[in-house]
Design a protein around this ligand. Sequence first.
Ligand code: HAX
Length: 436
Amino acid sequence: MAKTLKEKLGGMIPKLREDRAKLMKLHGAVKISEATIAQAIGGMRGIKGMVCDTSVVEPDTGLIIRGNPIMKIKDRLPEEIFWCLLIGKFPTKDELAQFQTELKRNGKVPDYVWKVLKAMPATSHPMAMLDTAILAMENESAFRKAYSKGMNKMDYWIPTLEDAMRIMGTIHTIAAGVYRIKYHKAKLIKPSRVLDWAADYAKMLGLPPHKGETADMMRLYLTLHCDHEGGNVSANTCHTVGSALSDPFYAVSAGLNGLAGPLHGLANQECLNWILQTMKKFKGAPTEQQIRDYAWETLNSGKVIPGYGHAVLRVTDPRFTAFNAFGKKYMKDDPVFQTVDRVFTIVPQVLKEHGKAANPWPNVDAGSGALLYYYGLREFEYYTVLFSVSRSMGMLSQQVLNRALGTPITRPKSVSTDWLWAQVNNKGRNTPLPKK
Ligand code: HAX
C-alpha cells in the first residue's frame, strides 16, 4: 500500500529539522541581506528576510516549484503539485490515488458554512464570501483542539496537516457554492466521488464541459496559480498570521484577504474588465492603434494597466505564456482572446515609453480571464476566487512545513521616520530635519 502524505512527510521531518539546526548553529551569523531607506519605505522590496522552500521566483525565469520550472510541470494535476510543494517530489500513481481519496474523505462542508454564506448581503464580493466561509470553518480546526488540550511542539505539524487536508478537501466545493449562491445559479452541485480536484470544481460551478476542455482549463488554472514563493502579500500574510500559531483556517483566510487586493489577486478581475472596456469602447476587438490609445488614456488618468508589471519578475510571466498557448490552441478566433493577445503585443511598448514600470511585461493575471470567459465563467468579479482555490495549496504547504520546522513568530523591526533621518545625519550628511 502506498504511503500517505502524512507518512511521507513524517519520514522527512527529522532530516529537515537536523539540517535547519545545523545551518543555524554553524552559519547563523552569515549576512544575506542589507536594507536601504528606499527598501524600508518601499514595501521591503528585495530584502531577503524569510525562508520558503516550496518555490522560488527568479526575475528572469519566473516560478520554479521545488526545482521544476512551471512550464515543465504545467500539465501535472494540482493534487500532484500540492504533494510536490510539500514533499519536494511528485507522487507515484498509487500515492496520488491515495491522496485524492483522502482529499475526498475530507470533503464535507459543514451546513453552518452554507448558512453563513446564504446570510451574506447580495452585494458581498465573492472574495469576502470565500474568506468568511474559511474563517467560519475554523470551528473544525484540529490544530486549535489539539493545542488547547496541550501538545508537544514537535507534533504541531500533524494537526496543521489535518487542517490543510480539510481546507484542500473543501475549498473548491465552498468556492463553487459561493459562485452559485452569489449569482443565483439554482441549487448547489454536490462533489463527485470520482473526478479529480479541478474537474470536480468545474463541474460544481456548473460550467458546460466543452468536451473536457473546461476541466483541462481548470487543471491548468489551478496548477499555474499554486504558489509564488513566500514574500508576496498573501503568502507573507498567511505566514505571519500562522507564525503566531493561529491555525490554518485563520491564516489562509487572512492570506486570501490580501489576495483580494487589486494590486495582487484582484488584478485578474480588473484585467478582463479592462479588456472588455476596450472592446466596448471600440465596438469589438480593437486594432493595435486603438489599444495603444486606450493604454495611454488609462495611464494618463493615473491608473495602472492591470495584468502588467511585477514586483519581482522582469520577463513575461511563464504562466501568462502557458495561458496564451492554451488560448491559441482552443480559442484563437475568439474576440476576447484575440484582444488579450493583441494587448500583449502593444502594452509592453507603451509601458516602456511611459518609463515608470520596472517590468513592462504581462503577469499571470493578464491572460487567464479570457479563458474563463470563453468557457462560460463571465462574472469576472469571481475570478480571484479561482486564484484563491489554487493559491491555498501554496499557503497550506508553506504553513505545514513551518510548523514542522518550528519556525518562530514573525517580528521584523520597524523604525520611525525620525530614526531614518538620524541615520542619514549619523552618516555625516547633516540634512536639516523636515519641520513638524
Ligand atoms: N501600469 C501602470 N503603471 C505601472 C504598472 C502598470 N501595470 N506597473 C507598475 N507601474 C508603476 C507603479 O505604479 C509605480 O508608479 P509610481 O512610481 O508612480 O508609484 C512605478 O511603475 C514603479 O512600480 P514598479 O516598481 O514597477 O512596481 P511595484 O513592484 O511597485 O508593483 C505591481 C508591482 C504588480 C503592483 C504593479 O506592477 C502593478 O500595479 N501592476 C498592475 C496590477 C497588477 O497586474 N497586479 C497583479 C500582479 C501579479 C499578482 O500579484 N497577482 O496576484
